[in-house]
Design a protein around this ligand. Structure first.
Ligand code: ADP
Ligand code: MG
Length: 259
């Protein structure tokens, strides 16, 4: 049986087994937007490619403690946390998170490891955002088991929603077996080209076809997002008044109403 949900932080996973759909960008930007609004925010990098960690100016190769030790139960979340300039905390990843995945596999209750690890930190935060790897492996199952809400970042392009059915099947299994409380909060449209009618149509179609809420506004495609990781900050710090940053702030407001 799942451990009971305790009070404190709401845990939100951003997952999509496709890469390049702006999961990591959305975690950093929403995290910064929620921190701006005075929320105590923790981000957890669950991707062995450590892109979130890198993009926030942390060198994964120089870390002694990471999400790996947390997942393996060697340290508490507190012991791995880094305070970031954007106003949130980060549990960083290292490149061999794939190693953690392999080490978790033979363990009983392997899907509950992250949930259990976060229990002790829920009181210290208002929101915990989980940045998932582009896979539906055991670490992503851990994220879905730990989460109250799931957000599915999705570019507004033809075919970008292929695979959503598979993700929703996994969610249904998780709800049945691992985490009855998991709710799909919605699709977050990303890389949105406002000039394209096609993009709007794709968006409307996805919401209807899968009966999913669509979180608005869509996040516009802008070159500003490519610049932010180079200086180790989110786009809210590097281009705070840009359309992309404003869109993430508005989505953060939608989330705040739900928290
Ligand atoms: P994922 O975590 O799903 O693999 P990322 O957040 O790493 O996706 O984003 C993939 C790439 O797209 C990155 O190079 C990122 O800078 C870029 N990107 C993300 N959002 C936008 C956007 N709104 N406009 C332009 N580029 C973006
Ligand atoms: Mg990513």
């Amino acid at each position: 049986m799942a451990p009971s949900t305790s009070s404190g932080a709401r845990v939100i996973a951003l997952a999509n087994q496709k890469g390049g759909v702006a999961k990591t960008t959305s975690v950093a930007s929403l995290g910064a937007a929620l921190a701006e609004r005075g929320k105590r925010v923790l981000l957890v990098d669950l991707d062995p490619q450590a892109c979130l960690t890198f993009s926030l100016g942390v060198d994964p190769d120089a870390l002694e403690t990471s999400v790996n030790e947390v997942l393996l139960g060697a340290v508490e979340v507190e012991g791995a946390v880094i305070h970031c300039d954007d106003g949130f905390d980060l549990v960083p990843s290292v490149i061999d998170l794939a190693g953690a995945e392999a080490m978790l596999l033979p363990r009983p209750g392997r899907e509950y490891v992250l949930r259990t690890a976060l229990e002790g930190s829920r009181a210290a935060y208002d929101v915990i955002l989980l940045d998932c790897a582009p896979s539906l492996g055991v670490i992503t199952l851990n994220a879905l088991t730990a989460a109250d809400g799931l957000i599915i970042p999705m570019p507004c392009e033809m075919l970008s929603h292929r695979g959503v059915g598979q993700l929703l099947d996994t969610v249904a299994d998780v709800q049945k077996i691992l985490n009855r409380d998991l709710e799909v909060w919605g699709v977050l449209p990303t890389l949105f080209d406002g000039r394209s009618r096609h993009a709007r149509e794709v968006l409307a179609d996805v919401g209807e076809r899968y009966e999913l809420p669509v979180l608005e506004p869509p996040i516009p495609k802008t070159v500003r997002f490519a610049e932010a990781p180079a200086v180790g900050r989110s786009i809210l710090a590097t281009a705070g008044s840009s359309k992309g940053a404003q869109a993430y702030r508005q989505v953060a407001e939608v989330l705040l109403r739900r928290l």
